[in-house]
Design a protein around this ligand. Structure first.
Ligand code: FAD
Length: 386
């Protein structure tokens, strides 16, 4: 295993970094103030990212994606962490790999337009009564002579306001969960309120209601009854990218600001970076961020090698999310009153970071998964030669 970067990887990272600094970061303050990214600007950043070949990085090149392997994709995802959630989603896309299970007519209808950025998709698993217990959902789809009829509700569904279709988990039998592609605008399908959140302003999180929604047979994604497995498979990679790598990028971004401020801000006649207690905040942050970064790359390397990375991804999810939380907390502390003041973005990063320990499986759920694996397969489970 060698994490030395080649020239092409460096060029890719530089391209992403420059695009984010030049085109996306200048938009952040406006989104924070208004709470929205307007459609015209969203279309513009999407077109700019596409022109640079940065849309749908995770999708195979033969379908029109960038065809990056997991390591290269994570290097880009870390850079994405240097901007905000909604700008990442609108510029670079959010094409769920579960869509690769599309067959026949489904390919032209849902998969290809998603990779091309013509249709956008949200994933709808969580319900008011079923969050961590994703198998406890009540939403159900009953087979009919013409397909299926869908009933139930979801909440907290990111991107719900601007998505064209939804990957919805639904019970299709007593112990059976399937995934359906549900188009916006179907009769009986309504989008409820945009649920206000503590941070990540601009990204809508909505309720969905299904009242006898008729679905064609074509709406079933993959095999009936494989929905839970598929959803968890998708979320594995999503977690590594959207939580693990992005959390590392966000923490690095905050650390850059902390470092500059520690050199610049003077108290008692000297830069605050000369005080050992401030230095400890910087040192602990660098150590933790780099440990998280290497864990992300390790899990990505395992995916590229075709190895089972589920336990590693669970560890990355916990460690990267919690590292981000500690680093932004130190960031606020290091900036003192300015860290708490809305004139600087540090307080926004602090709010935005909090969700990382909750979505895509809480830290508690992932710790449970890791502990179960260790108890079952032994403490040497995570040694790299195994
Ligand atoms: C901003 C945001 C965006 C989201 N986007 C999406 C989305 O796009 N699509 C989607 O489907 N969902 C989405 N979610 C939902 C998210 O994945 C859930 O909120 C998360 O999985 C936790 O579920 P819950 O909120 O129901 O909490 P609960 O499951 O009720 O958990 C409450 C507390 O109990 C703890 N707990 C629960 N079970 C256990 C256990 N067995 N052992 C130990 N502790 C336990 C939890 O860790 C937590 O601390 C989003 C949520 C938010 C806030």
């Amino acid at each position: 295993m060698n994490f030395d970067l080649g020239d092409e990887q460096r060029m890719l990272i530089d391209t992403v970094r420059r695009f984010i600094a030049d085109k996306l970061q200048p938009l952040e303050a406006g989104i924070e103030t208004t709470g929205v990214l307007d459609d015209d600007t969203a279309r513009t950043v999407h077109a700019q990212a596409r022109a640079l070949g940065l849309y749908a990085l995770n999708m195979p090149a033969e379908l029109g994606g960038a065809g990056l392997g997991a390591v290269d994709a994570m290097l880009c995802e870390e850079q994405f962490g240097h901007t905000t959630d909604i700008l990442i989603r609108r510029a670079f896309g959010n094409v769920y790999e579960a869509l690769l299970a599309c067959q026949g007519e489904q390919v032209a209808r849902w998969l290809l337009p998603s990779v091309a950025g013509e249709r956008t998709c949200a994933i709808a698993i969580t319900e008011p009564g079923a969050g961590s217990d994703a198998q406890g959902i009540q939403t159900h789809a009953r087979p009919t002579a013409t397909g299926w009829v869908l009933n139930g509700s979801k909440h907290f569904i990111s991107d719900g306001l601007w998505s064209d279709f939804f990957l919805v988990s639904a019970r299709t039998g007593e112990k059976e969960i399937s995934l359906f592609m549900v188009d916006k605008g179907l009769p009986g399908f309504t989008i409820g309120k945009n649920q206000p959140m503590m941070g990540i302003r601009g990204t809508p999180h909505v309720e969905l209601f299904f009242d006898n929604v008729p679905l064609e047979p074509l709406a079933l994604l993959g095999e009936r009854g494989h929905g839970f497995k598929m959803a968890m498979g998708v979320l594995g990679k999503v977690r590594l990218a959207q939580v693990g790598a992005r959390a590392v990028g966000k923490a690095s971004h905050v650390l850059e600001l902390m470092t500059a401020y520690a050199n610049d801000r003077k108290q008692f006649g000297q830069p605050i970076g000369s005080f050992q207690l401030v230095q400890q905040m910087l040192a602990d942050s660098v150590i933790e961020i780099n440990a998280a970064r290497l864990m992300v790359l390790q899990a990505a390397w395992m995916l590229d090698a075709g190895r089972d990375a589920r336990d590693w991804i669970a560890m990355v999810k916990v460690h990267a999310a919690e590292t981000l939380g500690r680093v932004v907390d130190r960031g606020v502390q290091l900036f003192g009153g300015m860290g708490y003041c809305k004139d600087l973005p540090i307080e926004r990063y602090y709010r935005d970071a909090r969700i990382y320990r909750i979505f895509d499986g809480t830290s508690e759920i992932h710790r449970t998964v890791i502990a179960r694996s260790v108890l079952k397969r032994g403490a040497a489970l995570f040694e790299l030669h195994r």
